[in-house]
Design a protein around this ligand. Structure first.
Ligand code: HC0
Ligand code: SF4
Length: 579
């Protein structure tokens, strides 16, 4: 450490840090729009982080971008001089020259970094705004999941970085030069037909409304207001631990009960739990896996993450026969909500619409898959991301924080066990599956249901689990994030990997940090561990912690499906993949 000053106050600096990083360490705010420390991204493109500096002994000050200028011994840094303030304001005004001015219609309105910085610099006019240039910027709305609106892009390149370096998908590139620079898809493709897998990680880092999900809050509202329709809502394991922040509750707070109340207030007729579907998936996938092990087919990949399915289909179609055929919990709930549930409740299935709330953008792709539509009828009609759900509550004037929690009351499809709850974090599917497979093989419970060896947080984790009986030891792997997934897939293809079961979650952290989660300004995935801890806490407190003990799942098999992997279960709960 050496000595320097910021705004006249003595500070300590390090030669391996930028002025921006040093200022942050000392609690001094400098506005930035492109840099994102959490993904080690410093492109220096927005040029808003200007400061004035005077190097030791030079006697002269000059303006520099603080993100790209290293600290020096004795450096004097000024962040609020008239020149700095004027030039920062000019920079923001230039960024807005070809930026859509219609903030009120933007999905990011009120939660936008660009709006924040415009406020900070005191922007009060837009002298350079050129509607003709804005009009030339394209909107790509080809994908069911994501909309890429270049009229709102400030070319920070964070999306390119996270897609390439974080996810290893590398779908996005910079196109054009100079004033025409923009973000596009490789080979001039569209979001739908490109290498993009709709994981939504780029949305999480976008500072503006340039990237976002296709907003379907209107469709959901129309369904809920239509007296002719019976709306069934389901929500994902991770949504309940990732949603409270939006309403000022501490990260990781479990708001399951308040979400149920909110859904009923909104007008949902029946509230189901995707966790029930997770327990059911364990019965189907666990049975399938034991069958495949008996036939010496290995490895089997999990199949509940739709961005992973997109990734396998687009990037490695030769491995599709290795994917479990079990549908995701979301789809299992949807399929049964239009068959089993109406039969039990005496409702005309044609009146039913299923709305699911997911921390995921790729779930919107999933419901549109041809394999998951039957005679034009979808199993799930609308997916709302967690972000859309928060917009919906605001539209209807509902403040989650003030709501009394309610309990699920559907007697057929809302009970869940601890095993279902932990699906929302990396390793959870594996742990839930092992709990049940052990029971199936040995006819008794695992001595300890918490499988610590599956719980780390590295991108790829491997373990050996003894399933006992005639199955014995199985080798498992869990990966989260698509970059680590690519490694595992390539190892499987080259024959150098030796696994029986591989769990894949496309988003780093698993669904707790899904691409449809709330966005955190200037941070990437800050709350994953807290959300994950709450999921483990839900499991710990649950009286029943193994999927095979879910009473409603047992009743479903007894009254409707027969046994796991039965003909009827196959028809309703299994699917196929294609490239
Ligand atoms: Fe997930 Fe799921 S665990 S993918 O992350 O399996 O989105 O939370 O809903 O379907 O259950 C997301 C979360 C789900 C599904 C479940 C699985
Ligand atoms: Fe890349 Fe995922 Fe964004 Fe698609 S959704 S562009 S794969 S980060």
């Amino acid at each position: 450490y050496f000595e320097a000053t910021i705004n006249g106050a003595p500070i300590t600096g390090r030669s391996d840090e930028s002025i921006l990083a040093c200022a942050r360490r000392h609690g001094v705010y400098i506005p930035t729009l492109c840099e994102l420390a959490d993904i080690d991204h410093t492109p220096g493109t927005c040029r808003v982080c200007l400061v004035e500096i005077q190097t030791q002994g030079s006697g002269k000050t000059h303006l520099v971008t603080s993100c790209t200028t290293p600290m020096q011994v004795g450096l004097e840094i000024w962040t609020r001089t008239p020149e700095v303030r004027e030039k920062q304001r000019l920079q923001v005004e230039l960024l807005l020259a070809d930026h859509d001015q219609d903030c009120a219609t933007c999905i990011r309105h009120g939660r936008c970094d660009l709006q924040d910085v415009a406020q900070f610099v005191g922007l009060r006019q837009n002298r350079f705004h050129d509607p003709a240039r804005v009009a030339m910027r394209p909107i790509d709305d080809s994908s069911p999941a994501l909309i890429r609106n270049m009229k709102r892009c400030i070319r920070c390149q964070r999306c390119i970085a996270v897609c390439r370096d974080g996810q290893g998908v590398d779908a996005l590139i910079q196109i054009g030069t100079g004033l025409d620079t923009a973000v596009g898809l490789r080979h001039g493709l569209t979001q739908k037909n490109s290498a993009c897998v709709s994981c939504g990680q780029c949305v999480l880092v976008c500072p503006t409304g340039a990237l976002g999900e296709r907003d379907e809050t209107d469709r959901a509202l129309e369904m809920m207001y239509d007296p002719e329709l019976v709306t069934v809502a389901e929500f994902a394991p991770a949504v309940r631990v990732g949603f409270g922040e939006e309403f000022g509750l501490p990260p990781g707070t479990n708001v399951e009960g308040q979400i149920i109340t909110a859904l009923r207030k909104l007008g949902a007729d029946i509230v189901l739990d995707t966790n029930f579907g997770a327990d059911l998936v364990i019965m189907e996938e666990g049975t399938e896996l034991l069958q495949r092990l008996a036939e010496k087919k290995r490895p089997t990949f999990s199949s509940c993450c739709p961005a992973w399915i997109n990734f396998a289909e687009r990037h490695y179609p030769d491995i599709l026969p290795l994917l479990s055929t079990t549908k995701s919990p979301q789809q299992c709930v949807g399929a049964l909500a239009k068959t089993y549930l109406p039969e039990k409740m005496g409702i005309d299935p044609r009146r039913i619409r299923v709305i699911s709330i997911m921390p995921c953008t790729a779930k919107k792709d999933e419901i549109a898959r041809r394999q998951l539509r039957h005679d034009g009828i979808a199993e799930v009609d609308v997916v709302l991301t967690t972000r859309e759900f928060s917009r919906l509550l605001r539209r209807e004037g509902i403040d989650l924080k003030t709501l009394e929690p309610s309990a699920f009351d559907n007697p057929y499809m809302s009970e869940y066990t601890g095993a279902g709850a932990i699906f929302g974090t990396t390793g959870g599917v594996m742990e839930a599956a092992v709990r049940t497979m052990y029971y199936v093989v040995n006819g008794r419970e695992l001595p300890s249901v918490e499988l610590e060896q599956l719980r780390g947080f590295d991108g790829v984790r491997t373990a050996t689990v003894d399933l006992g009986g005639d199955v014995g030891e199985v080798k498992v792997a869990m990966c989260h994030g698509l970059k680590p997934t690519r490694q595992i897939v390539e190892a499987v293809r080259s024959g150098s990997a030796d696994f029986d079961f591989i769990e894949v979650m496309a988003c780093p952290g698993g669904c707790v940090d899904g691409g449809g989660s709330l966005r955190s300004k200037k941070q990437y995935l800050p709350h994953a561990l807290k959300r994950r801890e709450t999921l483990f806490g839900i499991d710990r407190k649950r009286a029943v912690r193994q999927s095979h003990h879910n009473k409603q799942v047992q009743a479903l098999y007894r009254d409707f499906l027969g046994s796991p992997n039965s003909h009827k279960a196959h028809e309703l709960l299994h699917t196929w993949y294609s490239d």
